[in-house]
Design a protein around this ligand. Structure first.
Ligand code: WT7
Length: 649
């Protein structure tokens, strides 16, 4: 792990652009450069004072006796305090005069629009809380949610939080067996679902999946069904109940249940590199403070913003940056149900124009998919309301970054690339807009309280520009507390890999100015002839070629080089791929060592429904092995067979 990647990477990317925020933006920024420098220092040198000050902006029913109790690897934040996150997101905001402000503006894929003010959202959440209590759900219980992107998803999450039950949201694109496994692992007694969710004009049969899952979930007692699609699914007497019937019969008064700061807030399952998905457990107080602070500062949030995060609530981004963070801040949150290309690839820009969206937070995969369709779609809409853009989920290649900045942001909006994880709960690395310039492809500087470093596997800290493992050296408020039901796995995966630090699983480097460039999961890092190469860097080079739309690079064992490079690519519409030209291009961008030994040109790459390319399967195909492992999370598993049958060029 000690080979410096820097020489290669620098040569590879020729990426030395620095994009400073406009003077107009910087002049009004919530956090100036001086603020950042001072507050970051304080957050590291005196975390107790720093976090007590932030937490003091929220309401606690009982104050803490101690800000942090750290017994590696277990942290307790705001020890002894009691609070409720739904109270802070709703009652508190209504009490400070935001009752009539729009909390959620929802747009269905079919164009239907529904709006909830803070007062209306609070009223719904109170009824839902009473309804859940009526089903026997108590503080400490778990409730599984399997819902489309509809307001009821946020209402159900907040209702659980209000009564102290932990929610476990299962992404609506997950299969029956994934749902059943997660219900059983969490031992949920109640499942909240919908008859279906609209996706590309079709109703995804959520209730039918839930029925099938329920055959193998002995502990499940109730299924609550939201009527989204107007379909008429069979309802099992005694077990199934309509959401609207349940809420119609529920009381309207409800006081949020004060829970301990360390009381479980939610479980969210995420894939590890091995084994079954891990139930990442987050608790109340620290998560609340972390999402509250990061949303406000990273997105430079203002009273009149219309904030849109395009994630699904089934992922942590939806938890932290659609529901909790923005609502804690009293923001107006736009929520969209459907696909980005429904009815066509202009849909995002239609939504931005119609609702005068000011902040847009989306994923590189979406940016690239849209970019691939050409500039005509965004150019056909008025995007002048936008003032800030965000990116999350994977490294963003500089080409996509620049396109986003130029075509969507009109060179007017700062782009914040935000690195974090399901496990971290909130944003860990980014350039705060207005405080520091962005470097396309680099996530940037550590957020408050984040003591990041680059280390070797042995725990030796590396200096500027050395590639290594990204670690966090101190606990932070919104960190995961454990893997639900498997604390040994928590200790081993996160605090046991490298002594005494949190190991993120990513490879990264830090430049002389302290900017972190995250290169991707370390299992995606190749070692070619003793040189470490981030697959992302090769991909970035490939997609910079006009004939390439998307690229995924994996390693293949090689007798001579150790590993060699295999590139799977999809062609840019209207172009044919010339392998020799592409190799020459990669050679030119990066160096001969990164030249793909094999190029496989395909119509599609194997992606999860959230858009992540599953390189694990590509490695198997590249090596000519049979596909092993769970393919059920893929959007289209048949892609694998087609790839395996394609001759490399
Ligand atoms: C992994 C975490 C964070 C919410 C969505 C994904 C990768 C995430 C970035 C970024 C480079 C990124 C990392 C990380 N990742 N954001 N801005 N730049 N890589 O959450 O599913 O828990 O995935 O996503 O590899 O470890 P997740």
């Amino acid at each position: 792990m000690t080979t410096p990647l820097s020489d290669h990477i620098d040569a590879m990317l020729h990426e030395d652009r620095v994009i400073a925020p406009s003077e107009a933006f910087a002049a009004q920024a919530r956090v100036t450069r001086e603020d950042y420098d001072r507050l970051y220092r304080q957050s590291i040198d005196d975390p107790q004072t720093f976090w007590a000050d932030v937490a003091g902006e929220l309401e606690w029913m009982t104050p803490w006796t101690q800000v942090l109790e750290w017994q590696e690897p277990h942290a307790q934040w705001f020890v002894g305090a009691q609070t409720n996150i739904a109270h802070n997101a709703l009652d508190r905001n209504v009490a400070r005069g935001l009752g009539d402000k729009r909390a959620i503006v929802w747009e269905g894929e079919d164009g239907e629009v529904r709006t909830y003010t803070y007062a209306e959202l609070l009223a719904e959440v109170k009824k839902a809380a009473n309804a859940l209590s009526g089903l026997g759900v108590q503080a400490g219980d778990r409730v599984t949610l399997y819902l489309p992107m509809i307001p009821e998803a946020a209402i159900a999450m907040l209702a659980c939080a209000r009564i102290g039950a932990a929610h476990s949201v299962v992404f609506g694109g997950f299969s029956v067996s994934a749902l059943s496994d997660r219900i059983n692992d969490a031992q949920s007694t109640v499942l909240i679902t919908a008859d279906g969710g609209l996706r590309r004009g079709n109703l995804v049969p959520l209730k039918a999946n839930a029925d099938e899952a329920a055959r193998t979930t002995p502990g499940l007692q109730h299924i609550v069904v939201v009527n989204r699609g107007g379909s008429n699914p069979p309802m099992q007497e005694g077990r199934d109940v309509w959401w609207h019937d349940l809420l119609a019969g529920a009381g309207e008064e409800h006081d949020a249940v004060p829970v301990d700061s360390e009381h479980p807030l939610f479980i969210l399952y995420t894939s590890g590199s091995t084994g079954k998905p891990k139930g990442v457990l987050h608790t109340t107080g620290g998560y609340m403070v972390g999402t509250y602070l990061t949303t406000r500062t990273v997105f430079d949030l203002r009273d009149d913003d219309v904030y849109w995060c395009t994630a699904d609530v089934g992922w942590v981004t939806g938890h932290s940056y659609i529901v909790y963070g923005p609502l804690l801040n009293g923001a107006t949150v736009l929520m969209y149900e459907g696909a980005p290309n429904q009815p066509d690839w202009g849909r995002f820009w239609d939504i931005v124009q119609k609702h005068r969206v000011t902040i847009l937070y989306t994923a590189p995969t979406a940016i690239r998919a849209i970019m691939r369709q050409g500039d005509a779609y965004p150019n056909a809409y008025d995007l002048s309301s936008l003032r800030l853009l965000g990116s999350v989920g994977e490294p963003i290649n500089p080409e996509a970054w620049m396109w986003y900045y130029r075509v969507i942001g009109g060179e007017r909006c700062p782009v914040v690339d935000t690195w974090w994880q399901t496990e971290t709960g909130s944003i860990m690395l980014t350039t705060l807009p207005g405080a520091y310039p962005s470097k396309p492809g680099s996530a940037g500087l550590p957020m408050f309280g984040v003591d990041a470093a680059i280390m070797t596997r042995e725990g030796q800290e590396l200096g500027p520009n050395d590639g290594g493992l990204l670690v966090i050296k101190k606990p932070w408020p919104s960190m995961l507390r454990t893997v639900y039901g498997d604390d040994a796995r928590y200790r081993k995966s996160y605090w046991g890999e490298i002594p005494h630090v949190y190991f993120a699983g990513d490879g990264a480097r830090r430049d002389a100015e302290g900017y972190y460039t995250v290169m991707g999961r370390v299992d995606d890092v190749l070692n070619v002839s003793g040189h470490r190469l981030g697959t992302m860097e090769i991909e970035s080079a490939l997609v910079a070629h006009p004939s390439v739309a998307e690229a995924a690079v994996v390693g293949r064992p090689d007798d001579v080089k150790g590993e060699c490079v295999v590139a799977f690519i999809t062609p840019q519409g209207g172009h044919t791929v010339d392998p020799a030209a592409l190799r020459a291009h990669v050679s030119k961008e990066i160096g001969a060592l990164a030249r793909p030994d094999a190029i496989i040109v395909a119509e599609a790459l194997p992606k999860t429904r959230s858009g992540k390319i599953m390189r694990r399967f590509l490695r198997q195909i590249a090596a000519g092995r049979a596909i092993e492992g769970d393919t059920s999370t893929l959007e289209d598993p048949s892609v694998l067979d087609r790839l395996a049958a394609t001759e490399a060029v």
